[in-house]
Design a protein. Structure first.
Length: 189
């Protein structure tokens, strides 16, 4: 029986994956990523920009909610918590709120820009920005700069969040912040 559906949004390099892992340690979870939904539609491995472009095309063609709807089709509902990460458009947030009602909570993850750039360089993920200029362009695109309504609009998603987690410290500090959120969620049961 699903008690919570947690959406995760946030800026590039902010540590969304770390937050997802910390949540998974505290609950029996099923996790689905909106980028994996896009990847399944593409039928081939794609870089970050290609995934974003395809996500934009899907939202343009079917509506801003489509990635969240497709993700709910994949969800296993026999877990205590479902985590939906990779939320980048307010239409996705709205759909999840409408579908799951008071079981849905959105966590936004952010960190100072320079720290996020250092993390991007350190992780060396394929498709990540390689220069400061590329990072700034990717960050601005994520935020919604020059993006259509069906595009990347992380800044607006962050403003819709139930919880804001600033990930500017150690792994232990992030875990403590996640535990505080978990306690608050459990108090709402």
């Amino acid at each position: 029986m699903v008690k919570f559906v947690i959406g995760i949004t946030g800026t590039i390099g902010s540590g969304k994956e770390v937050v997802k892992e910390a949540l998974s340690k505290n609950f029996s979870c099923y996790s689905v990523s909106l980028s994996s939904v896009i990847q399944a539609q593409m039928k081939k491995k794609a870089d970050r920009k290609s995934l974003q472009d395809m996500g934009n095309e899907l939202r343009k063609k079917y509506g801003n909610f489509i990635l969240a709807k497709l993700a709910t089709d994949y969800m296993q509902r026999d877990k205590e918590m479902i985590i939906v990460d990779g939320i980048r458009n307010p239409g996705e947030v709205d759909y999840l709120k409408k579908t799951f009602g008071n079981k849905f909570f959105l966590i936004a993850v952010d960190a100072p820009r320079e720290l996020r750039w250092e993390r991007i360089k350190a992780r060396g993920r394929e498709g990540d920005p390689k220069t400061w200029e590329e990072f700034l362009a990717a960050d601005e695109r994520d935020q919604g700069v020059n993006e259509p309504l069906y595009g990347q609009r992380v800044k607006e998603c962050i403003q819709m969040a139930d919880f804001l987690l600033v990930n500017d410290g150690t792994q232990e500090e992030v875990n403590e912040k996640v535990l505080r959120i978990v306690k608050e969620l459990k108090a709402r049961e």
